[in-house]
Ligand binder design. Structure first.
Ligand code: T1G
Length: 694
């Protein structure tokens, strides 16, 4: 039973014990109700304390039960809270560390609450695309006031318990041992005559509730455009303000049941678990010992190296930054300082913090200064010969056990590891530009990369607040390998009849932060050009439209040259459709003898997104990625895929693989159809009526 029951000095103590965060799964809910009944029937018991074992009071409903029969199996959380609130003997919730979601709602059903300072108090359901579904939208406003409650519910952001100490939410703040103080307090209230206070009986005080709620609606409209949940949160709160507790509670229930079925909620829950699952490597147990990382070395002070170094000094780790030339080194350090000062200007950093971080940076021109580093990351020019020089040098100077990481985005990590006598210490850490901003980190596992090296890098990724996804070795790893197929389709569609602005608009309407052509103009069209030139040598069979090469031959590399797929006014970044480029595209189709046709936005979205899905399925077939949710995390955190669709693989599940495969076969029968042979996994799962995510 995920609940412990004991009687201490006439007080029944019900302890939730369902690791890791006392999720209110069915057995926990059952244990609470049974504990309350035991206390009720025990004449020696005058009051009840409910508390949580381990690292939380409770992290809320057990989200692993969602959309399974257990989630609604009695006793539901509603039944539990009713039993708590209806208890004749007073119930005290003793809160520490975390009281979130259903965990806070459980506490709100108690008659009294005692908390330690520093506990995270939140109703974060909106972040899962739902809303508090066990009375939170009705009780929290009665406990902390309408404005504080509405802000907490619509944002889902935790508030520290001491910030709410002056409200009716907490009767006591425990300074010493929480359980001792809660039991002592319970004895006091247990000696008093009832009835004991119920949060539901309090009024919601506000001088102008209607006006405030309207103001809240207006401010939410902008941030919540793709998500229904924030609006529903306000609707449920408003229902309680206008129609009283019981009708508000019933309305909240309706909203909850509607939201939990939405694709947006499924996507958000998928991302929540996907983020955590990405940190787990099937054959590297969480008990794998990790190496101590106290000092970091970064080689290369360019845009990537500088951004990478910032991640580590942000986490308080000293970084030795190595360059080959003094002016490049000084430029790199100056850029890092400029970035920190820009953050300080926005109030994100104090000037002291800027100096503290800069002091952690040790610029040098000598490899010898890397001798003490525990982790060394190179971000030098993307050319195998240069990498060879760096890794041979590192093999000489780096201390035994140092982890040697390459930031390479396209080269063979196994070849790089072979430049050293310690391939087991070599791993890929592929950051995404700007490296100090983008959350995604592809951790590339070489054939010989040791398990403790992987475990260490995954832990370091958490420390520098990155979403780390493990990739095997292939050209482009996970993200870039898939985006190459996406770009191929975009270019083919230019030949066949579309123009850059139409393609960008269609996929941005689907939800991508930026379409392929705006993205390419931003990153630099010459990057893709270099990769295609390599492709034409290495894989001549991989048919490509040459229109992008034409653009580069005309020197149109994008924003950095004042023009690319789009025109840019001097100093401006907004992309203006270019007549010159559009004419170039039309002329190119003519040259190829292709009769241009109107391409619908639906076709654009299908071909762009399903090309990601098909390549992602091949990546799974080859074992380059271990799970579909890893691929989704790559796209959600590194490529601007819309969060409310959950990533390309979840989106394919939402569409249905049967339909995805049919679309692929349709495109396979057309010109340029070679890319559309469905991956084995697509065909197999479609035939079984399954999805990538089960
Ligand atoms: N249910 C099940 N498992 C959960 C969980 C939950 N609510 N919360 C966390 N876990 C797992 C997580 O998957 C991971 O598992 C481990 O706990 C540690 O999590 C009716 C319906 C609580 C602040 O949204 O914000 O209540 O990977 O790595 O950084 O209104 O987890 O180790 O196997 O994040 O210390 C509302 C979500 C639910 C809280 C702890 N509650 N959780 O953070 O550890 S909906 C939430 C968090 C609800 C009611 C509705 C955080 C945390 P594993 P972690 P952490």
């Amino acid at each position: 039973m995920a609940v412990d029951y004991a009687v201490r000095d006439g007080i029944a103590v019900i302890t939730l014990d369902n690791p890791p965060v006392n999720g209110l799964g069915h057995s926990t809910r059952l244990g609470i109700v049974e504990g309350i009944e035991r206390a009720r029937d025990d004449a020696s018991v005058s009051a009840v304390v409910i508390t949580g074992a381990g690292r939380a009071f409770s992290g809320g409903a057990d989200i692993t039960e969602f959309n399974t029969p257990k989630a609604t199996q009695e006793p539901t959380l509603h039944t539990v809270i009713k039993a708590v609130e209806g208890s004749a003997k007073p119930i005290v919730a003793a809160i520490h560390s975390v009281a979130m979601g259903g965990g806070l709602e459980l506490a709100l059903g108690a008659h009294y609450r005692v908390a330690t300072p520093g506990a995270q108090i939140a109703l974060p359901e909106v972040k899962l695309g739902i809303l508090p579904g066990a009375g939170g939208t009705q009780r929290l406003p009665r406990a902390v006031g309408l404005e504080t409650a509405l802000n907490m519910i619509v944002s889902g952001t935790p508030v520290l318990s001491e910030k709410l100490a002056g409200t009716a939410l907490f009767d006591r703040m425990a300074e010493g041992d929480l359980l001792d103080e809660a039991v002592k307090f319970a004895k006091q209230v247990g000696a008093q005559d009832g009835p004991h206070p119920k949060v539901r009986d309090s009024a919601i005080e506000h001088p102008n509730a209607e006006g405030f709620i309207q103001f809240a609606r207006n401010s939410v409209a902008t941030i919540a455009k793709a998500f229904p949940a924030p609006h529903k949160c306000i609707d449920a709160i408003e229902a309680g303000v206008k129609n009283g507790f019981d009708r508000g509670l019933a309305f909240e229930r309706e909203c909850f049941l509607a939201l939990v079925q939405t694709p947006e909620s499924r996507a958000l829950r998928h991302a929540f678990f996907g983020e955590r699952a990405a940190g787990k490597i099937a054959d590297v147990p969480s008990s794998t010992p990790v190496r101590k990382i106290a000092r970091v070395g970064v080689i290369g002070a360019g845009m990537m190296g500088g951004g990478i170094a910032m991640n580590f000094v942000n986490a308080g780790l000293p970084v030795t930054l190595l360059e080959t030339k003094q002016d490049a080194l000084e430029r790199g350090v100056a850029t890092i300082r400029k970035n920190f000062e820009a953050q300080a200007k926005k109030g994100k950093l104090t000037t002291e913090k800027v100096e503290e971080r800069m002091a952690l940076l040790k610029p040098t021109l000598s490899y010898d200064d890397l001798a003490e580093a525990d982790l060394i990351i190179e971000a030098v020019f993307e050319e195998l010969g240069v990498k060879e020089h760096v890794f041979r040098k590192l093999d000489e100077v780096a201390k035994p056990g140092a982890i040697l990481a390459s930031n390479t985005s396209t080269l063979d990590l196994n070849a790089i590891a072979a430049f050293t006598k310690r391939p087991e210490d070599v791993v890929g850490m592929h950051f995404f530009s700007p490296a100090n901003v983008m959350k995604l980190l592809e951790v590339v596992r070489g054939e010989k990369t040791a398990k403790d090296v992987l475990a260490t890098v995954m832990q370091v990724a958490k420390q520098i607040k990155k979403t780390a996804v493990v990739s095997g070795v292939c050209d482009g790893f996970i993200g870039n390998r898939m985006i190459e197929q996406y770009v191929r389709q975009a270019l083919f569609m230019l030949d066949e009849g579309a123009l850059p602005a139409q393609i960008d608009r269609a996929i941005e309407k689907f939800g991508f932060a930026m379409g392929p052509f705006r993205m390419s103009d931003l990153a630099g069209n010459d990057i893709g050009w270099a990769i295609r030139k390599r492709r034409y040598q290495e894989q001549p069979e991989l048919h490509y439209s040459r229109i992008a090469d034409r653009l580069c031959e005309a020197g149109r590399f994008g924003q950095k040259t004042g023009g690319g797929w789009y025109d840019y006014q001097a100093g401006e970044r907004n992309a203006l459709p270019s007549k010159l480029v559009d004419d170039m595209i039309v002329a190119h189709s003519k040259e190829l003898g292709i009769g241009r046709r109107k391409i619908s936005d639906d076709e654009i979205v299908e071909r762009l997104v399903f090309s990601l899905v098909n390549e992602g399925a091949k990546i799974l077939d080859e074992g380059i990625a271990s799970k579909a949710s890893d691929i989704d995390m790559v796209y959600l955190t590194g490529y601007g895929f819309p969060l409310y669709r959950g990533g390309p693989m979840l989106y394919a599940d939402t569409v249905g693989l049967y339909n995805v495969e049919r679309a692929m076969r349709k495109y396979a029968a057309r010109p340029n159809g070679d890319a559309w042979a469905p991956a084995k996994r697509v065909t197999e799962l479609a035939a079984q009526g399954k999805g990538f995510n089960g």
